[in-house]
Design a protein around this ligand. Structure first.
Ligand code: GLC
Length: 743
């Protein structure tokens, strides 16, 4: 439809019709069998007409279902404006890929883009038009359950992934049958809730907000993201959903966002709970003034905006502005011409996941796994198994667990997943292997409420004892034990903050019982967040973090532990030494009394009495099945000017005897600034494959854009002075060179 036709359509719509376009309802208002609910279901007073005129719906999927609902809706809609279908497709629709934090650990944005494109194709076939992804909230606190949805603790890395995911979802044409409109979330800084507690207030300086937390949203906007979602939290004690400075001045004004701004679930009404709005009418006022276009799952807009217009508190232009953005998005999606968009019953209802989707999921999982520790125990040689030189016991609840999907995987058939047990059989590992569950995932007394179901320990003490005894017996008979342990999938995600981020107690009892009889343990660790793993770190000989790996998790794990595929991940979020350190992140500040080797026995130094300052495993870290050697850094010049660039080079050599990938990382440190500067910041990374003995020269360009930050006067500038560049395997590399920036 041409823009003028949209303007004409808008002019013909009644005020009620326009306001109802700004209402988004959950699926059960349109489909009795719609089960997915992703927020608190509060009864609110809307009528049949408002339901029939609501502009969009979330959590309805299925080509046949969507077409039926769309047909009914269009029949009743006075101006035949199509309904827009949205859902959280954050790590796949039917094929479930590694959770976003795991994707961040791949340091492979092309892979993330490919995953987003496949996810979009599957979801579009199921009738979805918009996905509430990418989530680009910067995360530094592993107590917060939603760290799993982010690509990690680094601003630059999150910007790279934000762009890749938006491009993957939206493709060349967001109106095509294979694409989805993307919705960047949660604007803004939702990843910094005080004390790591879900929905809690966010406190940070505007400088930290601008330099660390906002850039990834801007990267999504610059990539053409069609929608943005406001966050539940406050910033500067103002709920973001009513925070005009953030939403109008920064998001729309400075970043140039012209798309649709949607509230998060009920976040408009929740401004009353915050004590920022007197009632729903006041909340509606604050949200529409802040430029929120769609009210997700409350009746604030639909039952109050008309009154606000009639009372002259707001102009109808504010409504028209919002509705025009909604109509433009529907038009970009091609819904006026084809209200079904990509819905295709045959594709959507096919019995099997396409093989190429499985291959991508399997490859992506292996690329996301982070080998935290390995004294040589891994990889296990298949040959030694077949010749009987090794007998392996696979022990732990995750050996048999189908559901290795992140909590944001609602539309999946978990039966499509491949467990470790199934993968062992399917890949020919049948000799000299024993299996034992050993324990449940959750401990007796644990209770984890979920969106769809609640989780708890479903075994009695006696049953647990029997399981453990069987596992210990099999561990005794084996010469190597692979233990698949970790958090329950519902212990991360929304509403899943944890103050104790250890492996569930019942599994630690199993680990220690096995360790008593067999010290040769490799742990496969499942989690939605970095965990406090001190209790296994000294005892296990190898630890492979696999996050929530999705549909092909079992196959990818077997591929990696038997050396078919080396683990490709590097930490996108620090593994704390203990929860007492969080929030912890690599790009910290010197302070006035930095801890060094010389002063660690001194009292008045920035340190703890009882734990180290450093994380157990730092950002950027990850082992693989070979070692790499780095040359010193060579710089094309030691002087950088505003209109020049420096080339930084290193030679990287695979000095082992197995091919593997290395993530070469470049960090820059501004030694002195008009405000204090981080000890280093990631400004470049390249993932390269090196054959045994092979050397590659890797180069990075350094320019003044990389040096910019919000200075003492709140200007985003690069300041002249001395800088260090570090290039190495992770954020602790000491491979450095110096240069001067002269303005
Ligand atoms: C939830 C989440 C948000 C999600 C939305 C719709 O509350 O905060 O990330 O996209 O509701 O499911």
């Amino acid at each position: 439809m041409e823009e003028r036709d949209l303007q004409k359509l808008l002019s013909e719509m009644s005020l009620d019709e326009k306001i109802d376009q700004m209402l988004q309802l959950n699926g059960q208002f349109y489909s009795e069998d719609s089960e997915v609910v992703t927020g608190p279901m509060k009864q609110f007073g809307i009528n049949e007409k408002q339901i029939n005129q609501a502009g969009s719906v979330l959590n309805v999927t299925g080509a046949r279902n969507v077409k039926r609902i769309q047909d009914n809706y269009m029949k009743k809609n006075p101006h035949k404006i199509p309904l827009m279908f949205m859902a959280d497709i954050i790590n796949g629709y039917r094929t479930i890929f590694p959770m976003p934090l795991a994707q961040g650990c791949t340091f492979d944005t092309d892979l993330a883009k490919e995953i987003a494109a496949v996810s979009a194709r599957e979801a579009a076939r199921a009738g979805i038009h918009v996905t509430f992804s990418p989530m680009v909230d910067l995360v530094r606190d592993a107590r917060w359950g939603r760290v799993m949805e982010s690509t990690g603790e680094d601003t630059y890395l999150n910007c790279c992934f934000a762009q890749a995911m938006v491009e993957g979802y939206q493709g060349e044409d967001v109106g095509s049958k294979d694409t989805l409109a993307a919705c960047v979330k949660h604007f803004a800084a939702y990843g910094l809730p005080t004390a790591g507690r879900e929905y809690n207030n966010v406190e940070l300086s505007e400088r930290t907000l601008r330099d660390n937390y906002l850039p990834a949203y801007e990267a999504a906007v610059k990539a053409g993201c069609e929608m943005a979602m406001t966050s539940f939290n406050t910033i500067n004690l103002i709920p973001v959903t009513g925070h005009s400075y953030l939403t109008r001045d920064i998001l729309r004004g400075e970043m140039g966002f012209e798309g649709v701004l949607i509230s998060d679930w009920a976040s408009i009404a929740e401004m009353v709970n915050h004590g920022y709005a007197h009632d729903k009418k006041d909340a509606a006022y604050k949200a529409i003034v802040a430029g929120v276009d769609i009210d997700m799952m409350t009746d604030c807009y639909t039952n109050n905006l008309k009154k606000l217009v009639e009372e002259g508190q707001i102009s109808e232009e504010l409504i028209d502005e919002a509705v025009m953005r909604i109509l433009k998005l529907k038009n970009k999606l091609g819904l006026f011409e084809n209200p079904y968009k990509g819905a295709d019953e045959i594709e959507d209802e096919r019995a099997e996941i396409p093989e190429e989707h499985r291959k991508l999921a399997r490859r992506a999982a292996a690329e996301s796994f982070v080998l935290l520790k390995n004294d040589g125990l891994l990889p296990i040689s298949k040959d030694s198994l077949e010749k009987g030189h090794r007998k392996i016991a696979f022990i732990g609840p995750y050996i048999f667990e189908k559901n290795m999907n992140s909590t944001w995987s609602f539309f999946v058939n978990t039966e499509d997943n491949v467990t470790i047990e199934e993968a062992l059989k399917a890949n020919g590992y049948n000799h000299n292997i024993s299996l034992a569950k050993g324990s449940t995932i959750l401990s007796p007394g644990d209770y984890v409420p979920g969106f769809a179901y609640n989780s708890y320990c479903d075994a009695t003490e006696d049953e647990l004892n029997q399981m453990r005894l069987e596992a210990v017996r099999k561990a005794k008979e084996a010469d190597l034990v692979v233990m698949a342990l970790g958090e329950h999938r519902e212990q991360s995600g929304e509403g899943a903050s944890r103050a104790d981020i250890t492996i569930p107690k019942v599994q630690m009892e199993l680990f220690n019982a096995v360790y008593e009889v067999n010290k040769n343990i490799a742990v496969i660790l499942f989690s939605g967040r970095p965990l406090d793993i001190r209790d296994i770190n000294d005892k296990a000989r190898a630890i492979l973090e696999v996050w929530m790996p999705g549909t092909e998790g079992g196959n990818a794990i077997v591929d990696v532990i038997f050396g078919h595929t080396p683990p490709g991940g590097r930490l996108a979020m620090s593994f704390p030494y203990s929860v007492g350190q969080v929030p912890i992140f690599y790009n910290e500040f010197n302070t006035g009394r930095r801890l060094t080797q010389d002063n660690e026995r001194t009292r008045c130094i920035s340190k703890y009495l009882d734990i180290p300052n450093t994380p157990l495993y730092p950002f950027g870290y990850g082992l693989t099945y070979t070692d790499f050697q780095y040359s010193n850094i060579t710089l094309s010049s030691n002087v950088l000017k505003s209109d020049t660039a420096i080339e930084a080079r290193v030679a990287v050599t695979n000095i082992g005897n197995l091919a593997a990938k290395e993530v070469v990382q470049m960090y820059i440190q501004d030694l002195v600034g008009s405000v204090v500067r981080p000890i280093r910041e990631l400004k470049g990374f390249k993932k390269i494959l090196l054959q045994p003995g092979e050397t590659q020269v890797v180069s990075f360009e350094i320019n003044c854009e990389m040096l910019k930050f919000t200075d003492i006067n709140m200007n985003f500038v690069a300041e002249h002075g001395q800088f260090k560049v570090y290039i190495g395997q992770d954020s602790t590399t000491e491979n450095e060179a110096e240069f001067e920036f002269i303005k």
